[in-house]
Design a protein around this ligand. Structure first.
Ligand SMILES: [Mg+2]
Ligand SMILES: [Zn+2]
Length: 199
């Protein structure tokens, strides 16, 4: 089973500093995200979304709102030939001290409980923040940081406890790395890749 684990906000959809995507009118796909997802799907990868949504726990939006956004996102993606295999959310706040809020690994463990284990060393976790890279690293995956969300430059990763294996501009470039089996083949849009291949 070929799987790609992805964060949602800042990877597939826009990152909203100090705010949440509370309803569908606030949801926007990032420009290159759909192409990146298409690349993964065409190459046989199952897309699994792993996302913290503490706005539910903070009662800023409801669980119903969250799944409404999810359903509409999936409908839009389906029109582009993209089927999302599974979506996991942690809706707790940090104070809840749950076992699923990233950087904890509970959502990956739930996936394994449902679908079985996978080839960790050949599987990628793509995210825009330190918690994504930590989850991927702690569960034995390769990690790709995209600079399309919370993290704006590779310099910001310098004092992270877990460093990404790759740093790229967006999901489109991340998908290229994944389908090439972890080899970066040069920027897909002709640009030099920033801080690629930190390993
Ligand atoms: Mg994010
Ligand atoms: Zn949780």
């Amino acid at each position: 089973m070929k799987i790609a684990f992805l964060d949602r906000d800042g990877v597939i959809s826009i990152f909203t500093p100090d705010d949440y995507i509370k309803n569908w009118s606030e949801f926007q796909f990032l420009p290159d995200a759909i192409e990146g997802l298409q690349t993964l799907v065409k190459n046989g990868f199952r897309i699994v979304i792993i996302s913290n949504q503490a706005g539910v726990g903070r009662k800023i939006f409801s669980e119903q709102d969250l799944w409404d956004v999810t359903e509409k996102m999936q409908n839009e993606l389906r029109k582009q030939g993209i089927e999302i295999f599974k979506v996991y959310y942690c809706t707790h706040t940090p104070e809840d001290n749950c076992n699923c809020r990233k950087p904890k690994t509970g959502m990956i463990e739930r996936f394994i409980a449902e679908f079985g284990d996978f080839e960790r060393g050949k599987t990628f976790f793509i995210g825009d923040s330190d918690v994504d890279i930590e989850v991927g690293a702690k569960t034995g995956m390769k990690t790709i940081l995209v600079l399309s969300g919370k993290t704006k430059s590779v310099e910001e990763t310098e004092n992270w406890n877990y460093k990404p294996d790759f740093v790229v501009a967006n999901l489109k470039e991340a998908a290229q790395i994944i389908v090439n089996g972890g080899n970066f083949q040069g920027g897909t849009d002709g640009k030099e890749n920033k801080g690629c291949c930190v390993e």
